[in-house]
Design a protein around this ligand. Structure first.
Ligand code: PGA
Length: 248
């Protein structure tokens, strides 16, 4: 049985002071033995957040990472810096990074490989636009994103990866995919992983749904056989996040 994983994506929100207050508020609400809980926070909040969650079930993740070890890359953050700070997860290829910061499937692949090299679990994002959905090319598009993201990734590494299926039209819009729409794509992703690797890898890899997950829809989404939790934006900044973690 795959353990569910619910990750908050704070995006560009929360000063250090606000972050510490939010962690204090959420700590008791997200306590769970059944679900892995991750807060992916802005880079500047990582070090105080790691300190603040010590002794709890919460792990801290980053929202991005560069694919080089060190050097002349002004403004970037290296995998070693994240590991040294106590980061266990990193979101890779979120659609906002693809749209505003020119990330491509190829840079996603480089970052995924680098994260594994350093023992950080990547949360690899994929998702279609509304036009792609309306044109009926969702599954083709997602399969392409997955195949490039996993180039040269070994089966042992892939087993530990987390994939977040996030339809772009559902992010921050309040327009959640129906649980059937989400399951259809998450199932297709698992099938694609099976084709690239094998049954065992497809069985183990965890696939989240993301896009307007809230306290009211989490239970139905997470009950689907191929949905192993969620990547949560807006609702991860509120006490509702506790209800999403404890969705049952
Ligand atoms: P949302 O964001 O929950 O606010 O739609 C999800 C995400 O972008 O990861």
């Amino acid at each position: 049985m795959r353990k569910k994983i619910v990750a908050g994506n704070w995006k560009m929100n929360m000063t250090k002071t606000e972050a510490l207050a939010l962690i204090d508020e959420l700590k008791p609400l997200v306590a769970s033995d059944e679900v892995d809980v991750v807060f992916c926070v802005p880079a500047i909040d990582i070090i105080p957040a790691v300190e603040a969650v010590k002794g709890t079930n919460i792990e801290i993740g980053a929202e991005n990472m560069y694919f080089e070890e060190s050097g002349a890359y002004t403004g970037e953050i290296s995998p070693n810096m994240l590991v040294d700070a106590g980061v266990k997860y990193v979101i890779i290829g979120h659609s906002e990074r693809r749209e505003y910061f020119a990330e491509t499937d190829e840079t996603v692949n480089k970052k995924v490989l680098k994260a594994f090299e350093h023992g950080i679990t990547p949360i690899i994002c994929c998702g279609e636009s509304l036009t792609q959905r309306e044109q009926g090319i969702t599954i083709d598009w997602i399969r392409q994103q997955i195949k490039i993201a996993f180039l040269n990734v070994t089966a042992d590494q892939a087993k530990k990866a987390v994939i977040a299926y996030e339809p772009i039209w559902a992010i921050g819009t309040g327009k959640t995919a129906t649980s059937d729409q989400a399951e259809e794509v998450c199932g297709a992703i698992r099938e694609c992983i099976k084709e690239i690797y094998d049954d065992a890898t497809a069985e183990e890899i965890r696939i989240q749904y993301g896009g307007s997950v809230n306290a009211g829809n989490a239970a139905e989404l997470f009950a689907k056989p191929d949905i192993d939790g969620g990547l949560v934006g807006g609702a991860s900044l509120k006490p509702d996040f506790g209800k999403i973690v404890n969705y049952k």
